[in-house]
Ligand binder design. Structure first.
Ligand SMILES: C=C1C[C@]23C[C@H]1CC[C@H]2[C@]1(C)CCC[C@@](C)(C(=O)O)[C@H]1[C@@H]3C(=O)O
Ligand SMILES: O=C(O)CCC(=O)C(=O)O
Ligand SMILES: [Fe+2]
Length: 385
């Protein structure tokens, strides 16, 4: 099987058999050759895909997944004084978050032009030469920067994607703009401004959703809104090149998000899949809607009442797929512990108290976020004591 990779990169002549996935990743085995990197222009056209991108049979995608029907919440209710409409929305949120934690929001107030520009700029960024993109190369243990297929970090089950992630904090109004200038240069300042504006819109939207989540759990609407007013979040641009063997690989492997809340916009290609009732379901893209899902950190905050669920992204032969994922995270050292009202004899405390800083470090240095992250993290915490 012939692999075509950019010059200077190679796969060992006798590719070692895919190592059994170590339960906890320390870091991808760096072989004596250059680590495997790929520019989407290369692998998007290859019919043979490198073995590191081939996932085990039990995790290979089923490309024809039934559609998951998830509730759509009209966020206009948050601005209305209509308490009946708010309680109906809260009931819907409560029902879906106890099941799989996914719902859609419409009438969210985010300008469609801002979303379009975020995609246009993403296409320009991922269309750059690999050497240009690698100016923002993500370093091991860091959760920001450019990553191409996560080589050097994982030794197998590589995701078929390129990503660019950056940090957003509402208290640092130029953080994103400055990041782009620092790592990509002055010519990219307007990219930073755009993603700063997009992140601000996401942060504002997530605080509104936090009001609804508070009400849906019988708490004051300000409870989670205040908890996340200061946040230390991540905006991630996902770029999934076309793949000639889409049934052998995954754009993003099965995982629950370790973060608190994810606000995802996917383009019209489709590819997001959610595990519900033990079956993979597709989530049909709706341009005017954001997909919202509960993450592990919010599952802990809700004392396990709301579920952070498995999802993944499949790729296709025909075209690039893109998604914008805003991951709302608490400030680094804030104690993640459920409010007293959610802990009682019927719902005893499930997870130990932790900080987002520790969970983030766990997912970046010790464990590849998957379907068991929070349980593995809880065990790891006990071992640290
Ligand atoms: C805190 C994070 C780690 C990941 C990005 C954010 C939230 C989702 C996580 C991730 C997408 C879960 C699947 C595995 C992962 C390695 C990936 O495919 O990108 C995860 C991200 C990461 O560790 O970079
Ligand atoms: O691209 C998608 O649809 C999902 C991506 C995702 O789950 C993630 O980045 O955490
Ligand atoms: Fe995710």
């Amino acid at each position: 099987m012939v692999h075509y990779l950019p010059k200077g990169c190679s796969i060992p002549n006798n590719p070692t058999p895919l190592p059994r996935e170590r339960p906890n990743l320390t870091c991808g085995a760096k072989n004596e050759h250059q680590p495997l990197v790929f520019g989407s222009s290369i692998l998007g056209s290859e019919s043979n895909i490198p073995s590191q991108f081939i996932w085990p049979d039990h995790e290979k995608p089923c490309l024809e997944a039934p559609e998951l029907v998830i509730p759509t919440i009209d966020l206009g209710v948050l601005l209305s004084e209509d308490s009946l409409a708010v309680s109906k929305a809260a009931e819907l949120v409560n029902e879906t978050c106890k099941k799989h934690g996914f719902f859609m929001v419409v009438n969210h107030g985010v300008d469609s032009e801002l979303i379009d520009k975020a995609y246009q700029f993403m296409d320009l960024l991922f269309g750059l030469q690999l050497s240009e993109k690698q100016k923002a190369q993500r370093k091991l243990g860091e959760s920001y920067g450019y990553a191409s297929s996560f080589v050097g970090r994982f030794s197998s089950k590589l995701p078929w994607k390129e990503t660019l992630s950056f940090r957003y904090c509402p208290d640092s109004p130029n953080l994103v703009e400055q990041y782009f200038v620092n790592v990509m240069g002055e010519d990219f300042r307007h990219f930073g401004r755009l993603y700063q504006e997009y992140s601000e819109a996401m942060s504002k939207l997530s605080l509104g959703i936090m009001e609804l989540l508070g009400v849906s759990l019988g708490l004051d609407k300000a409870y989670f809104r205040d908890f996340f007013k200061g946040n230390d979040s991540i905006l991630r641009l996902n770029h999934y090149p076309p793949c000639q063997k889409p049934d052998l690989t995954l754009g993003t492997g099965p995982h629950s998000d370790p973060t608190a809340l994810t606000i995802l916009h996917q383009d019209q290609v489709g590819g997001l899949q959610v595990l519900a009732d033990e079956k993979w379901h597709s989530v049909t893209p709706i341009p005017a809607a954001f997909v919202v899902n509960i993450g592990d950190t919010f599952m802990a905050l809700s004392n396990g009442i709301y579920k952070s669920c498995l999802h993944r992204a499949v790729v296709n032969k025909r075209t690039v797929r893109r998604s914008l994922a805003f991951f709302l995270c608490p400030t680094m050292d804030k104690a993640v512990t459920p409010p007293a009202g959610l802990v009682n004899s019927a719902n005893p405390r499930i997870y130990p108290e932790f900080t987002w800083a520790t969970l983030l470090e766990f997912t970046q240095k010790h464990y590849r976020a998957d379907m068991k992250t929070l349980d593995a993290f809880s065990n790891w915490l006990q071992q640290q004591e």
